[in-house]
Design a protein. Structure first.
Length: 228
C-alpha cells in the first residue's frame, strides 16, 4: 500500500469510528432517559441526570439531544421499536393467524415498563400533545394495520365474513389490551402470568372466529341449491 492509499483510508476509518461511537452514545442516552423518565417523571428528570446515568458528558448529550423535550420524544419513539420485521400469517386458517397476531400484540404490551410509558405519555399530553399521536401511530397502528389487512385477506379467501374490517380489528385488539394492559394503569398489582395472557389472546381469537367465520363452501352451496 502506498502513502496515497494509506492517507485515503485513514479518514474513512476515523469517520466509521466516530459514527459507531455516536451510535453507542445515543443508545446509552436513550436507555438512561427511559429509566429516569419512567422512574422520576418528566419534571424530575434533568439532562444532567441523564448524562450521568448514561456515563457520557453533557456536551455529548447536547450534541445528540439539545433539549429535554427532544430527548423525551426520542425515548417514546424508540420504546416502540421492534427488533425484526415479522412475516404476516398466510390466509386460510384465521383462528391460528389471529392467535399469532394477538400474541405479538400482547408481547409488546407486556414489555417491562410499557404501562409506565403509557402513564407518562398520558400525563405529559398537555405539554406534548403531538406525543399522543406519535404514541398511537408507533404503538397500536402497526398492529391494527396487520390485523385489518389479514382480516381482509381471510375475507378474500372465503374464511371470514364481516362488513367492517376496521371495527373487527379494533374489537380484537381491544379484547387483548383490556386484559393485559389497561388494568395495569390503575392496579399496580395486576400482573397476569404468561399462561393467563395466552388464554386471553386465545379467547379473543375464538370470539372473533366464532362471530365472523364463514360457513363452509359446501354449506353455502347447499343453501343456494335449496333456495333454488
Amino acid at each position: 500500500m502506498d502513502g496515497n492509499e494509506s492517507a485515503s483510508t485513514a479518514p474513512s476509518g476515523a469517520a466509521r469510528y466516530h459514527r459507531e461511537l455516536a451510535s453507542r452514545n445515543r443508545e446509552a442516552l436513550l436507555g438512561a432517559a427511559r429509566r429516569l423518565f419512567l422512574d422520576l417523571g418528566y419534571d424530575g428528570t434533568s439532562l444532567a441526570k441523564v448524562a450521568a446515568e448514561a456515563g457520557v458528558s453533557r456536551a455529548t448529550l447536547f450534541k445528540q439531544f439539545p433539549t429535554k423535550a427532544e430527548l423525551f420524544s426520542a425515548m417514546v419513539t424508540t420504546s416502540w421499536a421492534t427488533e425484526d420485521e415479522q412475516a404476516p400469517p398466510v390466509p386460510g386458517d384465521p383462528l391460528a393467524a389471529l392467535s399469532t397476531l394477538g400474541t405479538r400484540y400482547a408481547d409488546l404490551l407486556t414489555r417491562p415498563g410499557m404501562a409506565d410509558l403509557f402513564r407518562i405519555v398520558i400525563a405529559e399530553l398537555p405539554r406534548f400533545p403531538e406525543l399522543g399521536r406519535t404514541h398511537f401511530d408507533l404503538g397500536k397502528m402497526p398492529f391494527f394495520d396487520s390485523v385489518r389487512d389479514h382480516l381482509l385477506a381471510e375475507q378474500h379467501a372465503g374464511t371470514l365474513q364481516f362488513e367492517d374490517a376496521d371495527l373487527v380489528a379494533t374489537q380484537f385488539l381491544g379484547m387483548i389490551a383490556n386484559y393485559v394492559l389497561w388494568p395495569r394503569m390503575l392496579l399496580l398489582d395486576w400482573d397476569p402470568d404468561a399462561a393467563s395472557v395466552a388464554r386471553a389472546v386465545e379467547e379473543a381469537a375464538l370470539t372473533v372466529h366464532a362471530r365472523h367465520s364463514a360457513p363452509p363452501l359446501r354449506a353455502r352451496s347447499g343453501r343456494r341449491d335449496g333456495e333454488g
